[in-house]
Design a protein around this ligand. Structure first.
Ligand code: GLN
Length: 485
């Protein structure tokens, strides 16, 4: 089974076509490996063994018949449990949805099914994707594969841990304020948050609709490009999704073109908030890029300091409206709410027993900032400051093509270290939130051969691009991966 460690989406595809293995063999190997390791790590909430075996067998039949298949045919993927797969349990790691079975496929799942991908299972997350450590899951935390005493990050901690621990070839996560990039950084894998609108949100259980985006979590940047290529594009069920005239993102990047890209370093991201080991790691990544003769320039994003406050007004406002639908009438009803004698009792039983503490906190916060008398003071003002943050990026992108920044202020923290203090937890997203508020594409890439000296933990850096210029950050990332190898 050792070969699971070496496989990427790219090399799996090549191996499958060469008949080094069958899709079914690899799917079975993954399940064996998951059975061995996931009791400890707890990356998965549910496995889809029967369906996966069927999907993989169909791929083997199709390959024998056609001799050629797309990149993702047979590829064993893990899916964050806030995306719907028709006929399977989808919980968003909330007790409130423990009895819910998805009634249709999310748009991304439909696309991946058309590509004949194989779904191994649904991965753990913070309840409704709200958190930075996966400790807010109603079904127990996920563990960081690098260090059992630490968190994998969140909210897509299950997806990141599954890929890092070789329990999936690649995964999908969702990112509202950093939930693909931060766990990718904590687990030493690649995480791409596409431009807002690049990927349909249809069938993604909504957290904050003006921020949510689905993105790949993979072992390599090239794999992120492959998975992104498969899931992007306009979808009639998500009116914010668009078709952009992308160049072929799978076309291998050329060094000459890459050298024309100028990288900006935002001075506001390199402050005392940044742990010194992480700062050193990011400096190393910058030196690596400089060795490719890529030009750098300091830029300023002066409103960065307001991003976290703006996010914690806009996001809960949207959360409070989105989570109102889980009322015990629509979707699943909890056993405890079955005994209710009237509608109000159903609501009370369902919501008080079904939602965890963090969900309740955000529903309360969001209801407050939207309430009459406070709407302008909080929500309206936050929207205006969001615009100022966007203006900062617009001016920076007049001078540079891509922005390089740390993904997180620190490496993976200890389980339980931040659960008692929500503000400390929220601060983990200080560097990922600006790209979310502005809808910009951003990727977290592990700093090469770097782990914090005292802790053996991975560190990630982030490349942020212009709207719909995923190609720029993916190309730069692919070159970065090749340096010194
Ligand atoms: N950690 C952030 C939060 O708790 C981001 C979550 C996310 O991106 N889904 O809101």
């Amino acid at each position: 089974m050792a070969h699971l460690h070496d496989l990427t989406l790219k090399s799996f595809h090549a191996g499958l076509l060469r008949k080094d293995f069958s899709a079914l063999e690899i799917a079975r190997d993954f399940f064996d490996y998951i059975d061995l390791h996931d009791k400890k790590i707890h990356a998965y909430l549910s496995l889809l063994k029967d369906e996966a075996v069927k999907q993989a067998s169909e791929v083997d039949v199709a390959l024998a018949k056609e001799g050629e298949l797309g990149f993702l045919a047979g590829a064993p993927l893990a899916i964050k449990d806030n995306m719907l797969i028709d006929g399977t349990q989808t919980t968003a790691a909330s007790k409130i949805l423990e009895n819910y079975t998805a009634a249709y496929d999310a748009a991304v799942i439909g696309k991946l099914k058309a590509e004949k991908a194989v779904f191994l299972g649904k991965t753990n997350l913070d309840e409704f994707a709200m958190g930075s450590s996966t400790e807010n899951s109603a079904y127990g935390a996920t563990i960081n594969p690098y260090d059992e005493s630490r968190v994998p990050g969140g909210s897509s901690g299950g997806s990141a841990a599954a890929v890092a621990a070789n329990m999936a070839l690649a995964a999908l996560g969702s990112d509202t304020g950093g939930s693909v990039r931060q766990p990718a950084a904590f687990c030493g894998v690649v995480g791409l948050k596409p431009t807002y609108g690049a990927v349909s949100r249809h069938g993604l259980i909504a957290m904050a609709s003006s921020l949510d985006q689905i993105g790949p979590i993979t072992k390599t940047v090239e794999d992120a490009a492959i998975l992104f290529q498969a899931i992007r594009g306009k979808d009639e069920f998500d009116s914010t999704s668009v078709n952009n005239a992308y160049e072929d993102i799978l076309e291998p990047p050329e060094l000459e073109k890459i050298r024309k890209l100028k990288i900006g370093i935002p001075k506001e991201y390199f402050t005392n908030d940044l742990e010194s080991g992480v700062a050193e790691a990011v400096e190393q990544a910058i030196r690596n890029f400089k060795s490719l003769k890529i030009e750098f320039k300091e830029v300023s994003l002066p409103h960065t300091k307001y991003a976290l406050s703006v996010y914690y007004i806009i996001m809960p406002a949207e959360v409070s409206t989105n989570l109102a639908r889980f009322d015990g009438i629509r979707y699943a009803r909890l056993k405890e709410a079955e005994k209710a004698k009237n509608l109000l009792e159903i609501y009370l039983e369902q919501k008080s027993r079904g939602f965890g503490a963090e969900s309740k906190r955000r529903i309360l916060l969001g209801t407050f900032v939207l309430s009459a008398g406070y709407y302008d003071a909080y929500y309206g003002k936050a929207q205006r400051v969001r615009r100022l943050i966007k203006n900062d990026f617009d001016s920076a992108f007049k001078e540079v093509d891509v922005i390089l920044a740390p993904t997180t202020p620190d490496a993976a923290f200890k389980l339980g270290e931040k659960t008692a203090d929500p503000l400390q937890m929220y601060l983990s997203d200080i560097f990922t939130i600006p790209a979310s508020l502005t809808g910009l594409p951003a990727i977290s890439i592990p700093v090469k051969k770097y782990s914090l000296a005292d802790r053996e933990l991975p560190v990630g850096f982030q490349l942020i691009g212009r709207p719909f210029r995923e190609k720029d950050i993916l190309d730069l990332g692919q070159f970065y991966e090749k340096i010194g190898s």
